[in-house]
Each structure stands twice: as C-alpha cells, then as structure tokens.
Design a protein around this ligand. Structure first.
Ligand SMILES: [Fe+2]
Ligand SMILES: [Fe+2]
Length: 213
C-alpha cells in the first residue's frame, strides 16, 4: 500500500516537472529552427499583431501536444507505446521551441491560458489511454489532423509576407502529417464523430482565446 502511494507520488512529481518545463519553456533545442537564416520582413503593426496572434495559437497547440502525449504515456497499456509517445512528445518540443522563439522575435508573448490548456489536454490524454492504446493513437490521429488543417489556414494567411514564420509552419505541418500516419500505422482507431466534434469545438475555443491573450 505504502509502496503504491510512493509510486504515485513519484509519477505526480515527474508529471509536474514535465508540465512546468513545458509551460516555462525549459526544453532542449534539438532540431534547428526552419527559416532562421531568412531575413526579417518589415511588417505593418496590424500585420505583426495578427502574426503574433497566429503564432500564439500554434504555441498553445504545441503545449497541448506535450500535455496530450504526457497524459497518454502516463497511463499507456504497455512500455513500447509509452516509449513511442514520449519520443513523439520530445519531437513536439522542437515545435514548441520554434514557436516560442518566433514569438520572442516578433515581440509577442505566449498565451496566459496555457496552464488551462495543458491540464485539459493532459486529462484528455489520460482518459484516452484508459480506453486502450488503439483509442489513444486515435486521439493522436485526430489531433494531428486538426492541427494540420489549422496550420494550412495559417500558411495561406501568412504567405510570403513573413518567410521566417512561414518556414516554421510548413515544417510543423509536414511533421504533424507524419505523426498522424505513425499513429495510424501503430493501430490507431478512427474516433466516433461526436468525440471528433467535441475536440473541434475545444480547439476552436483554444484558438479564439490564444489569438487574443
Ligand atoms: Fe507539433
Ligand atoms: Fe505532432
């Protein structure tokens, strides 16, 4: 009994550490940022604020990805799945870093709503894992599909007006497509339509808030 309490205390500490590192931007830069050698573009103030809003959405999206993967990994049914999910989370750290650095360059700040979204996605990931690995991977497939779609909107919106941001978004989109395919190849199941709809509503809400604050 005591041993089990110790185990859960350890898990809690590890998860708190992961969460805080995500929210305070303490992770390793593994892959160089795409577009970092492109010249900075002169943006009008309105355009700059709009781009900051978009990059803030993408940054929050990556906070959610970290949380989702961490929540799933915590309750994954087997160690191979857990390793796979933690590996995926570490790849998403690059995206998180790229968005953070671009926000810094533009003079923007991450969303103050990030702690809420981290908790929301972590709980979602843990619940998904409870239903078994195929459902858990199904969540990854649907999340990546939604991220891929909103990245497409941002890519079209930003276009060539800001190549430094554009290159980050294009690389992220290519990576998200790959993450989705990996999850499918690992046995991910298509989620029921109502679940997908709820996920869509939550991501719309996230975008609405993160664009502004
Ligand atoms: Fe990502
Ligand atoms: Fe991804």
């Amino acid at each position: 009994m005591r041993k089990q309490a110790h185990h859960w205390l350890d898990v809690l500490m590890i998860e708190l550490d992961r969460g805080l590192k995500t929210l305070t931007h303490k992770s390793n830069h593994l892959v160089p940022r795409p577009g970092k050698n492109e010249p900075e573009t002169e943006l009008s103030e309105a355009r700059k604020q709009h781009t900051i809003g978009l990059m803030r959405i993408n940054h929050t999206g990556e906070v959610c990805a970290q949380a989702l993967y961490n929540g799933q990994a915590m309750l994954a049914k087997n160690s191979t799945t857990r390793d796979h999910l933690l590996q995926a989370a570490s790849e998403e750290q690059d995206h998180l870093n790229w968005c953070q650095v671009r926000l810094d360059e533009l003079g923007g700040k991450p969303s103050i709503s990030n702690p809420f979204w981290y908790l929301h996605s972590f709980i979602l990931g843990a619940i998904a894992a409870k239903f078994g690995d195929p459902v858990s991977y199904g969540f990854v497939m649907e999340t990546e599909r939604q991220v891929e779609n909103h990245l497409q909107e941002h890519i079209e919106d930003i276009g060539d007006s800001d190549v430094r941001s554009l290159k980050i978004l294009k690389q992220m989109q290519a990576d998200e497509i790959r993450h989705g395919s990996h999850a499918q190849a690992a046995g991910g199941l298509e989620l029921p339509k109502p679940v997908k709809n709820i996920m869509t509503v939550m991501s719309q809400l996230m975008k609405l808030i993160s664009y502004r604050i």
